[in-house]
Design a protein around this ligand. Structure first.
Ligand code: PHE
Length: 343
């Protein structure tokens, strides 16, 4: 019996050495450790027979077993160190970075032409002492129409049909609503511009879009006249388009200005001679303007004996198209990068 156990121990030791030599991964190594040294392992199995040994033999075989265990543990430890090293090397070489490879080019975005022109318009007005105001796109009928002297059933509403959330809440059709919101809050002198998105039922074509942007302007102060309006428009047009640009104002009608004017600039395609784009007129309308109707000022408790004002509303897209020679407004909304990159 003693001899037998001793033989088994020697066998375990010899086998372990042989098997270890063939192990190449940490998983295999762990499986091997459990198989030989684990609770149900080969060594434990052999030691469970110790009870059958004579009292003198027990410590001798016990010691021999401990030696075998220590020997195998030591072997496993060295094997583990080697395997860890190899696995790390493998991992490092798999994750190796070739710094000589060409880089991946990053696609850089850039400002949309509408934002570029809007920023220039803002800068120009800020340099004249204006501040930038804003108002909501979902607006009350009161600010969009009523307070602008456009009562219900007024024909001026026909050209500005829009989406109604309820009888008195709608998508604003003009930034003129911000005129009212401003005069409610601020006492004159007032000098603001208010750029923003507006909505109308317009059919889409090369010059119309149901969503577009306006830049509203409002000045209320003592002694403001139509020539201040004309001067400001001239200045802004020259800043945006250069000294050669011509501006024109002609009589028009808006319920909230009196007198009212239509603002045009000379056509960018033909320079004023008349072409397909300006429908033979040589001029492109960019917005409306006028002297603030005293009725509006009175509604907001501004003394019309003391104060007068001018207002204008320009279509941002028209300015952008003029500036970049774009003859179809849809290009500004489609976000086709090929088009945007070509500018
Ligand atoms: N809100 C007018 C429009 O959308 C333009 C305008 C603004 C006219 C300010 C006069 C004064 O057509």
């Amino acid at each position: 019996m003693e001899i037998n156990i001793k033989e088994q121990l020697d066998l375990i030791r010899a086998d372990a050495e042989k098997e270890l030599a063939a192990i190449a991964s940490s998983e295999e190594l762990e499986a091997f450790r459990v198989k030989v040294l684990g609770k149900k392992g080969e060594l434990t199995k052999v030691l469970s027979q110790m009870g059958k040994l004579s009292a003198e033999m027990r410590p001798i075989i016990g010691q021999a077993a401990n030696e075998v265990r220590a020997f195998i543990e030591e072997k496993i430890k060295t094997a583990k160190e080697q395997i860890d090293k190899l696995e790390l090397e493998k991992k490092l070489s798999a994750e190796k970075l070739d710094v000589t490879l060409p880089g991946k080019a990053k696609r850089m975005g850039k400002k949309h032409p509408s934002s570029i022109v809007l920023d220039e318009v803002k800068d120009a007005f800020i340099s004249m002492g204006f501040t930038v105001a804003s108002g909501p796109e979902v607006e009350y009928d009161y600010y969009n129409f009523e307070a602008l002297n456009i009562p219900k059933y007024h024909p001026a509403r026909d050209t500005q049909d829009t989406f109604y959330f309820s009888d008195d809440i709608l998508l604003r059709t003009q930034t003129s609503s911000v005129q009212i919101r401003t005069m409610e809050k601020v006492k004159p002198p007032i000098r603001i511009i208010s750029p923003g998105r507006v909505y109308r039922i317009d059919e889409v074509d090369s010059t119309h879009s149901p969503i577009f942007h306006q830049i509203e302007g409002l000045v209320v102060d003592k002694g403001i006249t139509m020539s201040h309006l004309k001067g400001s428009l001239d200045l802004i047009a020259k800043k945006l388009f250069g000294e050669d640009i011509k501006t024109r104002i002609r009589p028009d009608y808006f319920p909230f200005t009196e007198p009212s004017a239509e603002i045009s600039i000379s056509c960018f395609k033909c320079g004023g001679e008349g072409c397909k784009f300006c429908k033979g007129e040589g001029w492109i309308e960019i917005g409306g303007a006028g002297m603030v109707n005293p009725k509006v000022l009175e509604l907001l408790n501004i003394d019309t004996e003391e104060y007068s004002g001018f207002a204008f509303g320009m279509g941002l897209e028209r300015l952008v198209m003029r500036r970049y020679n774009i003859d179809d407004i849809r290009m500004l909304f489609e976000n086709d990068v090929r088009f945007l990159e070509s500018l």
